[in-house]
Design a protein. Structure first.
Length: 140
């Protein structure tokens, strides 16, 4: 049975579910930062997913990336699966711009997160659910 890693639960806001992945908003208002987590038990590496799940992960990643480009202003989208701290397979999508405080370096471990206000995070969650409604459902 799929369970979200406790650290992701603590650091993120659940938006909903694509057919394969749970979509999370990283609770850091510094960047537009979303995370896809395949809802597969004990998944740690992309290459260990089935071929169908690998294809679905990339499809969902592309759908998320296209939506992010329309919804947020940034120059470069960084997509990464690190797993050094959280071993559960998850794919970061971080919108980056020269004006962000870590540009051009990595965002991980550089500065403490700046939490969203409840109003702003609720607005982003509503926007994502509305604009991705054709492919995203509210998670149970």
């Amino acid at each position: 049975m799929f369970q979200l890693d406790p650290r992701l639960q603590k650091d993120c806001i659940v938006i909903g579910d694509f057919p394969l992945c749970r979509l999370l908003l990283m609770n850091d208002a510094t960047y537009p930062w979303f995370i896809l987590v395949p809802r597969r038990e004990n998944s740690r590496e992309i290459h260990r997913l089935s071929d169908a799940d690998q294809q679905q992960l990339w499809r969902e990643s592309a759908q998320l990336a296209q939506w992010m480009e329309q919804a947020f202003a940034f120059e470069k989208l960084n997509v990464a699966a690190l797993g050094n701290v959280v071993s559960q397979l998850h794919l970061h999508h971080v919108g980056r711009s020269p004006s962000d405080p870590c540009w051009p370096g990595p965002v991980w471990g550089q500065r403490p997160p700046v939490a969203y206000t409840a109003a702003v995070s609720e607005k982003i969650v509503r926007q994502a659910r509305s604009e991705l409604a054709g492919v995203l459902k509210k998670s149970s």
